[in-house]
Design a protein around this ligand. Structure first.
Ligand SMILES: Cc1cc2nc3c(=O)[nH]c(=O)nc-3n(C[C@H](O)[C@H](O)[C@H](O)COP(=O)(O)OP(=O)(O)OC[C@H]3O[C@@H](n4cnc5c(N)ncnc54)[C@H](O)[C@@H]3O)c2cc1C
Length: 233
């Protein structure tokens, strides 16, 4: 990327953050990864669209990350713009059994808010790190439950900044996989959950967390399981 391109990016970004040569080790749970040529945390959707359009016009590669809890980044770093959505685009709304969450919402926040609202389904994912965007791309799954089961709709952006809405039936999900295109960015998702007893949900969460603690070295840097878990995982 040349000086003009770097300057254009720093001049625009006012609500979010832009860093040059930011070590990605700071943004992955493995704690490894070389520098991002440009590291950007968008302040809002408009800033994200603007940077994507610029990158598309200038043919600058773009890489999206959430919390970096399923990323293994080379020590040589990542060319172009790395956009981190962790904690960004973090709108969250519950109405009845319907939950709308921005891509940067931490999955644990949704798990906790569903417990408070007496909504059952997502408690299996207690203790899974990451964002809603990352959870959907990876189809986060634990103790036999996966996030795509409760999905209704997803709003995405193409790499040149165009919005698209998918219904659940437009998408395919598999074991830690989804049909989102690699250049597609998840902005927001809508889920539906069943009403449940907060006490029963809390008991399940407690059980899942203690099984997780017994099976995983949570004090070590990792990206969770490396090998495929035998069913039911
Ligand atoms: C201790 C530990 C335990 C774990 N346990 C589990 C488990 O039980 N079950 C499980 O399924 N996983 C588990 N994981 C793996 C990981 O937490 C999940 O895959 C998580 O959903 C990844 O979310 P993230 O935001 O960190 O995504 P990242 O790691 O940042 O990104 C993962 C992928 O998603 C893409 N991506 C992220 N956000 C977006 C977006 N908004 N739009 C488009 N693409 C995007 C990235 O480009 C990348 O390809 C574990 C990880 C750790 C460290």
């Amino acid at each position: 990327m040349d000086r003009r391109q770097r300057k254009a990016i720093s001049d625009w970004v006012s609500k979010g953050r832009v860093l040059f040569g930011e070590p990605l080790a700071r943004h992955t749970t493995f704690g490894i990864g070389g520098p991002a040529e440009v590291f950007h945390e968008p302040g809002d959707r408009e800033e994200l669209v603007r940077i994507l359009k610029f990158a598309s016009q200038e043919t600058i590669p773009v890489t999206i990350i959430g919390s970096g809890s399923n990323c293994l980044v080379s020590d040589t770093g990542v060319p172009g713009i790395v956009i981190s959505l962790a904690g960004r685009l973090n709108g969250f709304h519950i109405e009845g059994g319907r939950v709308t969450a921005g891509a940067g919402v931490v999955l644990g926040h949704m798990v906790h808010r569903c417990l408070q609202a007496g909504l059952a389904g997502v408690e299996n994912l207690v203790g899974v790190p990451g964002t809603i965007g990352g959870a959907l791309v990876m189809n986060a799954r634990a103790f036999g439950g996966e996030i795509s089961t409760y999905l209704d709709r997803v709003r995405t952006l193409t790499s040149d900044g165009k919005e698209q809405v998918y219904r659940r039936e437009d998408l395919q999900f598999g074991y830690r996989s989804s049909s989102f295109r690699p250049d597609e960015i998840i902005l927001e998702a809508e889920f539906h959950f069943e009403a449940g007893s907060p006490e029963a949900i809390a008991d399940l969460q407690k059980r899942f967390l203690s099984e997780r603690k017994a099976r995983q070295p949570l004090n070590q840097q990792s990206a969770g399981s490396v090998f495929k878990n035998p069913a039911p995982d």
